[in-house]
Ligand binder design. Structure first.
Ligand code: 5AD
Ligand code: SF4
Length: 478
């Protein structure tokens, strides 16, 4: 236990200062080497946590004197921030890194770096070491804040740099952030995961749950609001267990109430929630806080209790439905529900999968993120019998997506005549004099309006739900 009021380790100020000095050193080396600012291209795979990490990577690179490009073939530094959640994401990384072999031969000065969840797995780092000799720098999820030092070693030394410590993880505060969007911001409130769902690699590559302090979150939040950010998404693998490692403990509902009470015109979103830790208090807080989006991303993964148990999810279908029904009861039409589902978990039968279909029918989500199970080396599920062939799982998958398509279409129709608070984010596509806005549930509503509305919240009534967007009209406040 440290005097900072937490059980989790925090990276010391000395260490962060040390990294700032390395940032200066990198700056001196690249200023001597190039006659203008060199370009960095940061390519991000996977979830919002990775997007947030990449924004820190870009913040540090900015400080070191790099400029940015989206074209990897003009960059002096290419960083792939990778995802390990499914095999498909890993295959894409190998393909894209492989295709840089010629570029590296023609531009030996260019630095190719890999980081993120994939690199935190030993067998992957070994494969890069062995089969991708043109990769200069590989670093794991726990040392992102050391990028200045690692990059310095990579650009000045002769040896390739591999830095992948195996640890529970710590928290680094005060890393500069270069954000991709000037209206929407990601704000990580915690890192890691303790749940060990049997299919999931995340707890192995991201370490144990650790929460940022309430003060640090509030101060970053206030800064974002003062910079004009309107939609701020709180991020964590399991935001519902936020604050359990703080002393004294702070609940996620308390954090939401604190942020909701801050001055300013903004909307708070959050993801991801775990049903086992989602409390009625949280749902009540969502319903009562006017600045909290009435959007609940609550993954249920499967609708069958045996499969849920085998997944180590710690809730039943009935408990899940109880939460959803309570949320619907309190928030009514305003509530938007989204969820993640895995099809074809090892040993799942078609009968069991049908329970997922029936739960999908009951939940009536706005949209679903659906995945075919992908075995992850080192997880318990990867060792389980998995007799159903992939083609069969693909058929089930299609059945699920067809069903959700029908539900989404009928859900869209229900929006007719409803009025939503929307954030106007840009010009519309339906007509030249339309602007486009999003409601709490991330649905796009376009309406006739002046461009001066862009960047503000407005009340909009849905006139005509179309397939992907809705046509609406501005509701004038009396
Ligand atoms: N295979 C398929 N989907 C997975 N997910 C996590 N691990 C796997 C896996 N091994 C999905 C879960 C999770 C989402 C982020 O990714 O649905 O909620
Ligand atoms: Fe993976 Fe489960 Fe943790 Fe989500 S809660 S990151 S699915 S182990």
């Amino acid at each position: 236990m440290s005097e900072t009021g937490r059980k989790t380790a925090v990276i010391s100020e000395e260490e962060l200062e040390n990294q700032k000095q390395f940032a200066q050193k990198v700056n001196s080396v690249i200023s001597a080497r190039y006659n203008k600012k060199p370009l960095a291209c940061v390519i991000t795979y996977g979830c919002q946590q990775n997007v947030a990490d990449s924004e820190k990577i870009k913040g540090m690179l900015d400080e070191m004197g790099y400029d940015f490009t989206d074209n990897r073939l003009e960059a002096q530094l290419i960083i792939f921030n990778t995802c390990a959640v499914r095999e498909h994401a890993e295959d894409r990384v190998f393909g894209n890194v492989g295709s840089l072999k010629t570029y590296k031969r023609e531009h030996p000065d260019a630095v190719i770096a890999l980081c993120g969840c994939m690199m935190q797995q030993k067998h992957i780092a070994d494969k890069i070491k062995r089969s991708y000799p043109f990769v200069d720098l590989v670093f794991g999820t726990h040392v992102i804040h050391c990028l200045p030092e690692l990059l310095y070693r990579a650009i000045t030394g002769r040896k390739r740099v591999f830095e992948i410590p195996d640890m529970d993880g710590a928290i680094a505060e005060g890393i500069p952030v270069k954000r991709d969007n000037d209206a929407k911001a990601w704000l990580p409130i915690m890192y890691g995961c303790n749940n060990f769902c049997t299919y999931c690699i995340v707890p192995y590559v991201r370490g144990r749950e650790r929460s940022r302090s309430l003060e640090n979150i509030v101060s970053e939040f206030k800064e974002l609001v003062s910079q004009g950010y309107k939609e701020i998404t709180l991020l964590g693998q399991n935001v519902n267990s936020y604050g359990k490692d703080l002393i004294p403990q702070v609940s996620f509902a308390e954090l939401l109430r604190t942020l909701n009470s801050l001055d300013g015109d903004f909307r708070i979103r959050f993801m991801t929630s775990h049903p086992k830790d989602c409390t009625k208090e949280l749902i009540e807080t969502m319903a009562n806080c006017d600045k909290v989006a009435q959007h609940l991303h609550l993954p249920f993964q499967s609708g069958n209790n045996r499969v849920l148990k085998a997944m180590n999810r710690h809730y039943t279908r009935e408990q899940y439905l109880e939460l959803i029904n309570y949320a619907k009861e309190l928030m009514g039409d305003e509530l938007s529900i989204t969820s993640d589902i895995i099809v074809g978990f090892p040993g799942e039968t078609y009968e069991e999968f049908k329970d997922t279909l029936s739960l999908v029918e009951e939940v009536k989500a706005t949209s679903l993120f659906t995945f075919i199970y992908s075995p992850r080396k080192g997880t318990p599920a990867a060792e389980m019998d998995d007799p159903v062939p992939y083609e069969e799982k693909s058929r089930w998958f299609k059945e699920l997506t067809d069903l959700q398509e029908k539900i989404s279409a009928s859900q869209m129709a229900l929006h007719k005549d409803r009025v939503y608070k929307c954030y106007v984010y840009g010009k519309g596509k339906l007509n030249d004099n339309y602007v486009a806005a999003r409601n709490d549930g991330n649905l796009i509503i376009e309406f006739e309006g002046d461009e001066s509305l862009i960047g503000s919240f407005q009340k909009v009534k849905v006139i005509e739900p179309l397939t992907f967007v809705m046509r609406g009209e501005l509701v004038k406040e009396k």
